[in-house]
Design a protein around this ligand. Structure first.
Ligand SMILES: Cc1ccc([C@@H]2N[C@@H](C)[C@@H](O)[C@H]2O)cc1
Length: 451
């Protein structure tokens, strides 16, 4: 159907900025704001739901919530230390909350007083972070919530002409804030939109179309996630013709596609996940919870995402004072150390065409060289893993990515090779496979089943 405000481009972007985003594969999400101070508790009551939703959980109105501005002193906030942490994690980009649903702005916006400028130290948090990350070669994306609990003209739905006039004023405010962000911080790489599910926003597809145009005019090549967009019929993420809006699909939140679901490889996409079960902002209960994901579980999510052609955006919620909790530093050390020696199977990689999900782990392939990687995340009881080869494919040799040492394998038949895996291996265990296409008239591969 003809659309005025549908997808602005067809297919994958192939410009340098998008190729870089795709190559990066691994990003760090940062949720930090007023909600980080109460950290899930209010007036002596702790609310288990996500800490950044405390105003809703505890029924705190905007005026009382704004009282936290005076407490946002952030004595431990050190942008260079945050940038070092991201580098140690192995993240190639960072997405930072410039404004979350509570409407508090981490930059000194001229459009409202509800910003860091009103805090005791008045630091331009976004400006200092953009500088520090960029100086470390880490790209920055800015998270912006269209949903805004603080602004008096915010509406969840439009049910009167007064609502329409108010929400139009709000959309103008949000549009000017986004212009301000793109103008103040022109070297950010992208914008990550959230809070766009309400009827009021879905009814304003033209506004979302104009925002995407404006941001890409102010910052040529800027990357925008699909959550910003609605078309004129209220379709989100994909327009009424099924075309992806924005530059990558961002509908996977605290979940990934099934590891065998190759349909997702047709688009660029990013999944965002938390370390605790469900809090993006710092929740004091997370310090002692027994329910966060194990660092290796998060690492497996990264490998799984890459095997299906996606990026993983892993969330960290700094404490109100600007420090990071020990359980988050554990994740940094575990993932960073593994990526230090195994990053070749992640960065610049994507799906390995023809290599079906094997169950014991994931296959990735280097988008440039075609090198295939087998990443073992669970060792079968037999202690051996069998690789089902694509047709007319032969494995010439295999090396362990972390050490570069050759890895012996047995050719079981012309479609199967088998590796013995030392149960004491550090997993995920990544093998680099040198494969070649086999001319079927050539001799059959030597079968050496005894190896
Ligand atoms: C129901 C719900 C709405 C919004 C969210 C927000 N999206 C994540 C990326 C976080 O920002 C979270 O607060 C989570 C759950």
């Amino acid at each position: 159907m003809p659309l005025m405000y549908g997808a602005q481009s067809e297919g994958r972007r192939d410009d340098e900025t998008m190729r870089r985003f795709r190559h990066d594969r691994f990003g760090q999400f940062i949720h930090w704001g007023l909600y980080s101070i109460p950290a899930g508790s209010w007036n002596g009551v702790t609310y288990d739901y996500a800490a950044e939703f405390l105003p809703q959980s505890a029924g705190i109105g905007p005026a009382r919530w704004a009282g936290l501005v005076d407490d946002f002193a952030a004595p431990e906030f050190d942008p260079e230390a945050w940038a070092s942490l991201a580098a140690d994690l192995g993240a190639r980009y960072v997405t930072v909350t410039a404004k979350h649903h509570d409407g508090f702005c981490l930059w000194p916006s001229s459009l409202t007083d509800f910003t860091v400028a009103a805090t005791p130290r008045g630091r331009d948090v976004i400006g200092e972070l953009v500088h520090a990350y960029t100086a470390r070669g880490i790209a920055v994306h800015l998270y912006y919530s269209v949903l805004d609990w603080h602004h008096p003209d915010w509406r969840y739905a439009i049910s009167s002409s007064q609502d329409e006039e108010a929400f139009d004023r709000y959309l103008s405010y949000a549009g000017e804030q986004l212009r301000e962000l793109a103008t103040r911080y022109p070297n950010v790489r992208g914008f990550w939109f959230d809070g766009t599910w309400d009827e009021s926003v879905k009814a304003n597809g033209r506004w979302s179309w104009e925002i995407e145009c404006m941001l890409k005019r102010l910052i040529p090549g800027a990357i925008v996630n699909s959550r910003l967009r609605a078309d004129e019929h209220g379709a989100r993420h994909r327009d009424s013709n099924g075309a992806l809006m924005g530059d990558y699909f961002s509908g996977f939140e605290r979940r990934l596609p099934d590891p065998w679901d190759r349909t997702v490889t047709a688009e660029d996409w990013e999944a965002c996940v938390t370390i605790p079960q469900n809090s993006w902002g710092y929740h004091a209960g997370a310090e002692v919870a027994r329910t966060h994901k194990h660092p290796l579980e998060l690492l497996e999510q990264l490998v799984q995402a890459v095997s299906l052609g996606g990026n993983l955006l892993l969330n960290f919620g700094p404490r109100g004072d600007g420090s990071f909790a020990p359980f988050e530093k554990d994740v940094v050390h575990t993932l960073g150390a593994w990526l230090e020696t195994n990053g070749a199977c992640i960065y610049g990689c994507g799906p390995a065409d023809g290599w079906d999900y094997p169950g014991w782990g994931y296959y990735t392939a280097d988008a440039e060289t075609g090198a295939v990687y087998a990443v073992v995340t669970r060792i079968p009881v037999s202690g051996a893993i069998a690789l089902q080869l694509p047709e007319r494919t032969r494995v010439r040799n295999a090396t362990a990515v972390a050490t570069g040492r050759p890895v012996p394998f047995a050719v079981r038949d012309d479609r199967t090779v088998r590796f013995e895996v030392d149960r004491a291996s550090v997993i995920p265990l990544a093998f680099a496979l040198e494969v070649e296409q086999r001319d079927d008239t050539a001799e059959q591969p030597e079968v050496n089943p005894d190896l």
